[in-house]
Design a protein around this ligand. Structure first.
Ligand code: HEM
Length: 172
């Protein structure tokens, strides 16, 4: 009796095309979930290059040379007056990457206005014309860069003198 019931339930599931479709869908989702989990544990395709830590301030013009085209491929991006070493984010900011226009530049204005174009060429951008929402966005981006990347130094305003950082820090 129980066997018969069991048999008929299976029979019903397999007999209905809708049920078959659901079984297929659930199996597909389970497969995706499992293979997706496995992928998380794969090592990154490209290990981040190990460069000595930089500790210095930059004028916008000085920053320009760190767009990844230099011999060591170092990538720097400034956000809200702070310069970050984004070399480990090469797939985003490196030559040919989706955000390459930010490399070696102040990305604040572009990030705040959803525009993936380079900021002002060699001049300091004081961002004074951005509205409150845009400045909030700049600060949020600054925080996320702070969390993910190494802080290098300040982006210097016109006439501002670079900080003299302790020797042991700058030579590391
Ligand atoms: C169609 C529009 C867009 C799509 C689909 C998109 C998608 C993505 C994706 C998938 C990532 C990678 C996230 C990760 O793996 O951590 C990313 C990162 C990023 N996106 Fe976009 N994005 C778009 C537009 C923009 C715009 C307009 C901006 C700014 C102007 C922007 C700025 C960034 C930045 C700076 C990163 C890298 C953050 C990091 O260094 O970790 N994106 N985006």
């Amino acid at each position: 009796m129980a066997e018969e019931e069991g048999g008929s339930v299976l029979g019903e599931v397999l007999a209905s095309p809708l049920n078959l479709l659901l079984v297929a869908l659930v199996s597909f989702l389970a497969y995706k979930l499992l293979t997706g989990r496995q992928r998380e544990y794969e090592p990154p395709a490209e290990p981040s290059p190990e460069l000595p830590r930089l500790r210095r301030d930059f004028t916008p013009r000085e920053l320009r040379q760190f767009d990844g085209s230099g011999p060591d491929g170092r990538l720097l991006v400034a956000v809200n007056g702070k310069v970050f070493d984004v070399t480990r984010g090469k797939r985003f900011y490196g030559p040919g990457g989706p955000y390459a226009a930010f490399a070696g530049r102040d990305a604040s204005r572009g990030l705040a206005t959803f525009s993936v174009v380079g900021g002002k060429e060699d001049e300091y951008d004081d961002l004074s014309d951005l509205d409150k929402m845009e400045m909030d966005s700049v600060r949020e981006w600054e925080e996320s860069f702070q969390d993910k990347y190494e802080y290098v130094g300040k982006l210097l305003r016109p006439g501002e003198q670079p900080t003299v950082y302790p020797e042991e820090e700058s030579s590391q």
